[in-house]
Design a protein around this ligand. Structure first.
Ligand code: GDP
Ligand code: GDP
Length: 458
């Protein structure tokens, strides 16, 4: 399972600077959508050979009395759910009362915590960091997040013991950077065959109260017993095997587990981290949106994460019953305006309560999964690449025309197309996007993003 790293600390110590550095996207085209990166507090990161979820817990100001009441609910939940906490302090400002209060809280939670003294650039780091030992949380790691100094080492220190305990292997290239999983043609074929013989893992996600539990009960056709107080499962979804018309599914239920203990009440309602883990583990994501609420920032955040993870996607606009035409029109125009850029995902208007439209969801889910795992030969991919090049020539780079040579499959779910050629890494994003759309149209790929990777030379 993917590790969760929470960045904790008082305001202004450099949490969002570190967050941005950890999550800055690479040349994955699916990340290139408007309006989703603003105010992002949850992200996927690759560093030191590890993939992990990073959470910026935001404005914790422990200097005020009663830290529990002052901490934002989600921040508290994030600490509870994290595997590793990076407790950030400011080496220039020195230790403050807020740092002490936060440290006390972290000690009481018995969390795996690493103290980071940030902003050590241009100061005598060793003497500035000494006092942070008295936080009582062990060694103090020096970092300059703005410059990127100490960041990779820090992640290495923090995640290696966890990864070893969990049996997570890291993939590194010679420079110590994480290798993107990319298959040779033979490996891609084996992966495709494996995926086609496994159940479809379908994560049902959405904000609280959009109707996820109602939908799952409808799908399962029975009232399911809610699980209470299952130890250690607060942050984990429930996995429900199911089969339907000859196809095997595993539903990943992000709404099901409720816990009553006082401390965890905030988690009880909704957990972003649980949802993100479910997305990582799924083949297809069913994003449920409440028609009566319209499209909220949180919906867009979940959507952005799903796109970045490369998952196949179906959108269900729920509670479509009993609303008048004016509301329906408003929802539809809002969908066009805010989700218009996700042109690959099917949108369904359903009522989980009455069952209307629920049956048709499977068609789109299966279509999306099949698109995400359909094998396409090298000759076909090369032909489509060639056609796209003939229709619209690649631009000149340094006075020479970029030359595309051939294409092959580099993975599935999401489908990865590896393009070989000269100067291909220098293609502008607009041309890459054009190619991606060309592949999508020509191969009739519906319900999944496509990723393009570029290899210099043959
Ligand atoms: P947050 O409130 O904890 O998220 O803190 P920010 O990431 O917004 O950073 C607060 C300020 O500290 C900003 O002006 C950053 O540019 C600055 N900052 C962050 N990291 C460093 C660093 O490593 N060195 C220096 N000198 N400044 C930093
Ligand atoms: P969850 O938090 O996403 O699991 O949401 P629930 O399934 O618990 O549903 C929240 C509320 O919305 C409940 O009162 C449901 O009865 C109601 N609800 C769910 N689906 C529908 C629907 O299709 N139509 C209407 N009118 N209400 C619904």
């Amino acid at each position: 399972m993917i590790p969760v790293v929470a960045l904790v600390g008082r305001p202004n110590v450099g949490k969002s600077t570190l967050f941005n550095r950890l999550t800055r996207t690479r040349d994955a085209l699916v990340a290139d959508f408007p309006g989703l990166t603003r105010d992002r507090k949850y992200g996927r990161a690759f560093l030191a050979g590890y993939e992990f979820i990073v959470v910026d817990t935001g404005g914790i100001d422990g200097s005020e009395e009663g830290i529990e009441t002052k901490m934002a609910e989600q921040s508290l939940a994030a600490i509870e759910e994290a595997d590793v906490v990076l407790f950030m302090t400011d080496a220039r400002a020195g230790m403050t009362a807020a740092d002490l209060a936060i440290a006390q809280h972290l000690r009481s939670r018995d969390k795996v915590t690493f103290v980071v003294a940030n902003k050590v650039d241009g100061i005598d780091a060793d003497s500035a960091c000494g006092e942070f030992w008295s936080l009582g949380l062990g060694e103090v790691y020096q970092m300059a997040a703005a410059q990127g100094r100490g960041v990779t080492n820090m992640i290495d220190y923090a995640l290696t013991p966890y990864a070893e305990a969990m049996g997570i292997v890291r993939e590194l290239d010679e420079e110590g950077e994480q290798v993107e999983r990319e298959y040779t043609e033979e490996e891609a074929e084996a992966e495709q065959e494996r995926l086609q013989n496994l159940p479809i893992k379908l994560a049902i996600i959405g904000k609280p109260n959009v109707g996820k539990s109602t939908l799952i009960n409808r799908i399962l056709g029975e009232e399911r017993v809610v699980v209470y107080d299952e130890p250690g499962t607060t942050r984990d979804s429930i996995y429900i095997p199911m089969s339907r018309e000859g196809r095997e599914y595993v539903l990943i239920d992000t709404a099901g587990v409720r816990r009553r203990s006082k401390v965890n009440e905030v988690i009880e309602k909704f957990s972003v981290i649980k949802t993100l883990k479910a997305v990582e583990d799924a083949n297809v994501v069913l994003l449920v949106i409440d028609a009566r609420e319209g499209i909220a920032e949180q919906d867009l955040g979940l959507l952005g994460f799903t796109l970045n993870a490369g998952r196949a996607l179906v959108i269900a606009i729920n509670k479509w019953d009993g609303i008048d035409q004016k509301v329906k029109d408003r929802v539809k125009s809002e969908l066009d305006r805010r989700l218009g850029f996700i042109d690959f995902a099917r949108i369904h208007f359903i009522s989980a309560l009455h069952g209307t439209g629920v049956g048709h969801l499977y068609e789109s889910i299966e279509e999306a999964y099949d698109s995400a795992t359909r094998r396409v030969s090298t000759s076909m991919l090369t032909r489509v690449m060639q056609m796209s090049q003939d229709d619209h020539q690649p631009p000149l780079v340094n006075g020479r025309r970029v030359k595309l040579k051939y294409a092959h499959a580099g993975g599935y779910n999401p489908p990865i197309v590896v393009i070989h050629g000269n100067q291909v890494k220098k293609l502008p994003d607009s041309y890459k996007r054009y190619m991606m759309n060309y592949f999508r149209r020509s191969l009739k790929v519906v319900g999944t993003p496509i990723q393009l990777r570029f290899h210099e030379g043959a």
